[in-house]
Design a protein around this ligand. Structure first.
Ligand SMILES: [Zn+2]
Length: 131
């Protein structure tokens, strides 16, 4: 349930930005390497947000792909599966890069204002090789 740790970090960031305002929605960009399950993430967020300004806020989760470099044929592809194989030859001798970001992209407040930013990137603790 590593989703909960990430969500607690996110709620912290949201709280800092909210400055007492009620949060109605937020958009989070997350790398495929985190391998989060949307539903589990929703639950974890609801749990982490309980009692905070973000309680009940709508969560929009955007998964960004990893880059897959094939060691067999040299083909480069993208995938949202960290255990990806080469999209061309199917070899699993691949180097998976990127997809490890966790970014709070935007926050909407009840008063109608919104924040759009890439500034709130969280340093995520991700194992370099998920295999
Ligand atoms: Zn290949």
């Amino acid at each position: 349930m590593h989703e909960l740790g990430m969500c607690e970090g996110l709620v912290d960031l949201v709280r800092q930005q909210a400055d007492g305002r009620r949060v109605t929605g937020l958009r989070v960009r997350i790398g495929a390497r985190h391998a989060v399950v949307g539903e589990a993430f929703d639950h974890a967020f609801a749990l982490a947000a309980e009692g905070s300004a973000a309680e009940g806020a709508a969560l929009d989760l955007v998964v960004t792909p990893v880059t897959v470099d094939c060691g067999a044929c040299g083909h480069q592809s993208e995938s949202v599966d960290v255990l990806a194989v080469c999209a061309r030859c199917g070899d699993d001798d691949v180097d998976v890069r990127g997809g490890d970001e966790l970014v709070l992209e935007s926050v909407q407040f009840k008063d109608g204002s919104a924040l759009e930013s890439d500034r709130f990137e969280e340093e995520a603790d991700v194992p370099r090789d998920p295999r």
